[in-house]
Design a protein around this ligand. Structure first.
Ligand code: HEC
Length: 120
């Protein structure tokens, strides 16, 4: 009987570990849907170097709803004092307030961030 309990306990522990690593695996996986991926990136401080993410300043993200219409394709962006596309504004925020490297024009992270903003 005692042996049986020990075996049961071991099984439960292993099952628990397996499940944990499975959920961790799905967490770090990149969502296939660009809007979902953009949402993840919006909260990702690794786009910059000062510990800030988009969400740090634009919280809740709905404060940016309407930018999709505004930047179609360009609008005057106050902080840069010139007309910009939405991708250029995103890169401006990565480069200036987040002190990061702007993303290349064809980078899928830039496309995902834009898709997310346009969905707000
Ligand atoms: C340290 C603060 C800060 C961070 C971090 C930041 N922004 Fe901004 N962002 C601003 C400020 C300030 C403005 C200009 C004021 C405004 O229009 O809200 C702005 C403006 C914008 C605009 C234009 C809003 C409009 O109405 O024209 C967009 C779009 C935007 N940010 C997206 C982003 C995205 C995407 C990220 C992350 C990659 C980001 N921002 C990170 C501070 C920040």
């Amino acid at each position: 009987m005692r042996k049986f309990v020990v075996v049961l306990l071991l099984v439960a522990i292993f099952a628990g570990c397996a499940q944990k690593s499975q959920t961790e695996g799905t967490k770090t996986e990149k969502p296939a849907n660009p809007v979902e991926y953009g949402k993840v990136l919006f909260a990702d401080a690794s786009l910059g170097t000062n510990g800030k993410s988009c969400l740090t300043c634009h919280d809740p993200p709905s404060t940016l709803s309407g930018v999709g219409n505004k930047y179609s394709p360009k609008a005057y962006f106050n902080m840069a004092k010139k007309e910009m596309t939405l991708k250029e504004v995103i890169n401006f925020c990565i480069e200036v307030p987040m002190k990061g490297q702007p993303l290349p024009e064809n980078d899928e992270r830039l496309a995902a961030l834009e898709a997310y903003l346009r969905s707000l």
